[in-house]
Design a protein around this ligand. Structure first.
Ligand code: ADP
Ligand code: MG
Length: 380
């Protein structure tokens, strides 16, 4: 438990990423530095996860034409978020928190920033969160970025720049969620963040597929480690030859573009590969796409690589990334910079809430193309 809490600077950040595994929330004191007070997560129930994935696969514009089930899911998601927040507040009631605001990312359902009429859609009814927690809630950060000419993602580079930048070190931050995003913090070159491609999405989908949903992810990368990705070299090469992996920066990706079942259906008859081989190949695609971007866009001496997100726990994945990069580069987790790797994203939305209340502009010009702008709407 932290020593002293300045109750004036307390914010809550909450989100569920593209993995749709759980809603995470953090209470953090934000001044010049960050002081994490407490955090908690709540698992997204299987039924809700299925509803999220079903809606995410719809081709219609759900933002313009919200269906009844989308609205209901948004309310259910908001109630689950409030339950998590209220649970944190009750558990810590002795500390008498005065939370200034909640920064709520919600759950992404659709993200189409480069079509003719671009849009992004996150559910999690912020008015309902404000009502059920009694705390001002800031949301719709990505929409604001798109409205200012950006591609709506990634938003974390602004936060990484604020808290992880060092004038004297070459750093990158790699957040391995459903998708992987990388932020380059190299002095004398622009701070820029982008999505390298898959994070845990292909690995998770392959594990879920073979276990018929009994297992959700490859703990520690143990299954991938048992397999032989080399047998599926052709599949790996084919996926990595996609245009996205060759295009320049900035760029952002949607989970919808990585579908394990499609890949499997296409190749399953060519040769008999074991389930472990398949998971191993999905891990190798992920590792190589991350390593390739580091080699291409961050090729400097003494690079310090800081990992965060659930994928940082996949030991085998990390060992595969290391195998493809300069052996002099240092690879570690963000806890070396004082921030729990599982809480970096939630802290980002707490900080964005603080910035919005202060009417501060967020500069993501190099990462998203948006002009510096205020992000998020306030709901109370
Ligand atoms: N112990 C672990 N070993 C391997 N992978 C893990 C482990 N813990 C979490 N993960 C991976 O991290 C994912 C969740 O990461 P998270 O950062 O929450 O992603 P998102 O932001 O997309 O929700 C899980 O779906 C899983 O793939
Ligand atoms: Mg998550």
């Amino acid at each position: 438990m932290p020593k002293a809490i300045n109750n004036k600077n307390l914010y809550i950040g909450t989100l569920s990423g593209t993995s749709a595994d759980s809603i995470d929330a953090v209470v953090v004191e934000i001044s010049k530095n960050l002081n994490i007070i407490c955090s908690s997560s709540i698992k997204i129930p299987a039924e809700m996860k299925t509803q999220i994935l079903n809606l995410a696969n719809k081709k219609t514009n759900l933002k313009k034409f919200p269906s009844r089930d989308l609205i209901e899911l948004g309310e259910d998601f908001a109630i689950l978020t409030s339950k998590l927040i209220n649970r944190i507040l009750i558990r810590n009631k002795d500390l008498n928190f005065k939370i200034r605001a909640i920064g709520s990312h919600g759950q992404t359902i659709q993200h189409f920033p480069t079509i003719k009429n671009p849009y992004t859609l996150q559910i999690g009814n912020p008015s309902l969160i404000a009502k059920t927690t009694g705390i001002k809630t800031i949301a719709d950060f990505r929409t604001a970025n798109i409205n200012h000419g950006g591609i709506g993602a990634p938003l974390t580079p602004a936060f990484h720049n604020q808290f992880f930048y060092s004038k004297s070190s070459n750093r990158v931050v790699i957040n391995i969620g459903g998708i992987t995003n990388i932020t380059r913090l190299i002095p004398n070159s622009p701070v820029i963040g982008w999505d390298s491609g898959p994070g845990n999405c292909l690995i998770d989908q392959s594990i879920q597929f073979f276990s018929k949903n009994k297992k959700q992810f490859d703990k520690g990368g143990e299954t991938a480690k048992k397999g032989e990705f080399k047998k599926l070299e052709k599949v790996i090469r084919l996926i990595l030859s996609r245009k996205y992996f060759k295009s320049g920066l900035p760029k952002s990706q949607s989970i919808i573009n990585f579908n394990f079942t499609d890949i499997y259906q296409r190749f399953k008859n060519t040769k008999k590969f074991s389930e472990d081989d398949w998971v191993s190949a999905m891990t190798e695609i992920t590792a190589k796409s991350i390593a390739n971007d580091l080699n291409k866009f961050c090729n400097v001496e003494n690079l310090e690589i800081y990992l965060c997100g659930g994928g940082s726990k996949n030991k085998y994945l990390i060992s595969r990334i290391k195998d493809h990069i300069n052996s002099n580069w240092k690879v570690m987790n963000t806890d070396k910079l004082g921030l729990d790797p599982m809480l970096v994203e939630a802290c980002t939305f707490a900080w964005l809430a603080k910035m919005r209340l202060a009417n501060g502009k967020i500069n993501l010009k190099h990462s998203t193309g948006a002009n510096p702008s205020r992000l998020g709407d306030i709901f109370k």
